[in-house]
Design a protein around this ligand. Structure first.
Ligand SMILES: CCCCCCC/C=C/C(=O)SCCNC(=O)CCNC(=O)[C@H](O)C(C)(C)COP(=O)(O)OP(=O)(O)OC[C@H]1O[C@@H](n2cnc3c(N)ncnc32)[C@H](O)[C@@H]1OP(=O)(O)O
Length: 266
C-alpha cells in the first residue's frame, strides 16, 4: 500500500499522519504510555483534524492506535496534581470536543485498550471498528472521578441506561464481541487486519461527494441532540439542500444514463 507523509512540514510528537488516496490515517503514537491522551496529543489531534477537514484532497479520516492500545485514557500523571480551580479555570476538557466539529466522516479503528478518555474519543468518531483484542471501558470510578468528555452522555445513547450504568459504576471492561453485541462497534475483525479493513471503508466513503457525506454525518449526529419531530424536519431541509448541488444532479443523471457518477464536490 502506498502512503506518503501528510503535511510534510508539520512535525508531531504524539501522533503520526499518513495518506492513502483520499483518506488521512492518524495514528496515536505514545507507545510507552499506551497512548494516554496528554494535553500535547490532544492539541496535535485537534490541529491535524482541522487541517484535514479544510483540505479538499481528503474525504475521510481514520484514527487508530497500536495493537496494544487505542488509548488508555486521559493522562493520569498529568491530571494527578491538578486542583479544582485549576481544571475549572482552564476549562480542561473544552478543547476535546473540537473533534465533534469536524465535518468529514471519522472512523475509529480500535485495537487493544480504549479506556476512559480513549473510549470517549472513539465515541466521538462516526463509525467504530474493533480488533478482536479490543477492550472498552470507563474506569474513572476506580480513580475517584467520572468520565469528563461525553462518556456518560454518549454511552447511554449508544447502549441504553442499564449497560451504561453497569460500565461506568463498575469500571469493568468489555471485550470486542460484547461491544459488537451492544451495538457500540459495527464490526470486529482480526487485530492485524483492522487498519486495512477500516481504510477500505474510509476509501469508499471518501469516493462519494464530500458535501453530501458531510450532510449525512451532520444529520445523523444531530439526532443525538434533538427529538424525532425536529430531527425529521432537520433532515428534510438537508435533503432539499442537496438539490442546490451539482453532485445531486450528477448522481441522478448518471443513474438514468447508466454510467458512473463523477463527483465535483459542488
Ligand atoms: C487533559 C484533559 C484530561 C481530560 C479527562 C477526561 C476524563 C477522562 C478521564 C480518564 O480517561 S482517566 C484514565 C482512565 N484510564 C485508566 O484508568 C487506565 C489506566 N491504565 C491501566 O489501567 C493499565 O495501564 C492498562 C491499560 C490496564 C494496561 O496495563 P499493563 O499492565 O499492560 O500496562 P501498564 O504497565 O499499566 O502501563 C504501561 C505504561 O503506560 C502508563 N499508562 C497507562 N495508562 C495510562 C494513563 N491513562 N495515563 C498515564 N499513563 C498511563 C503506565 O503508567 C505505564 O507507564 P510507566 O508507569 O511504566 O512509566
Amino acid at each position: 500500500m502506498f502512503r506518503k507523509a501528510l503535511f510534510r512540514f508539520s512535525t508531531y510528537n504524539f501522533i503520526s499522519v499518513t495518506q492513502k488516496g483520499k483518506v488521512a490515517l492518524i495514528q496515536l503514537n505514545r507507545p510507552k504510555a499506551l497512548n494516554a491522551l496528554c494535553d500535547g496529543l490532544i492539541k496535535e489531534l485537534n490541529q491535524v483534524t482541522q487541517e484535514i477537514d479544510a483540505n479538499p484532497e481528503y474525504g475521510s479520516i481514520v484514527i487508530t492506535g497500536s495493537e496494544k492500545a487505542f488509548a488508555a485514557g486521559a493522562d493520569i500523571k498529568e491530571m494527578q496534581d491538578k486542583s479544582f480551580p485549576q481544571v475549572q479555570n482552564i476549562q480542561m476538557l473544552a478543547s476535546w470536543e473540537n473533534l465533534t466539529n469536524i465535518k468529514k466522516p471519522i472512523l475509529a479503528a480500535v485495537n487493544g485498550y480504549a479506556l476512559g478518555g480513549g473510549f470517549e474519543l472513539a465515541l466521538m468518531c462516526d463509525i467504530i471498528y474493533a480488533g478482536e483484542n479490543a477492550k472498552f471501558g470507563l474506569p474513572e470510578i476506580t480513580l475517584g472521578t467520572i468520565p469528563g468528555c461525553g462518556g456518560t452522555q454518549r454511552l447511554i445513547r449508544a447502549v441504553g441506561k442499564s449497560k451504561a450504568m453497569e460500565m461506568t459504576l463498575t469500571g469493568e471492561f468489555i471485550d470486542a464481541q460484547t461491544a459488537l453485541s451492544y451495538g457500540l462497534v459495527s464490526k470486529v475483525v482480526p487485530a492485524q487486519n483492522l487498519v486495512e479493513e477500516t481504510l477500505k471503508v474510509a476509501e469508499k466513503i471518501a469516493s462519494f461527494s464530500k458535501p453530501v457525506a458531510a450532510l449525512i454525518k451532520d444529520t445523523i449526529n444531530e439526532a443525538e441532540n434533538i427529538g424525532l419531530r425536529e430531527g425529521v424536519k432537520y433532515e428534510r431541509k438537508a435533503f432539499y439542500s442537496t438539490f442546490a448541488t451539482q453532485d445531486r444532479k450528477e448522481g441522478m443523471s448518471a443513474f438514468v444514463e447508466k454510467r458512473k457518477p463523477s463527483w465535483t464536490d459542488n
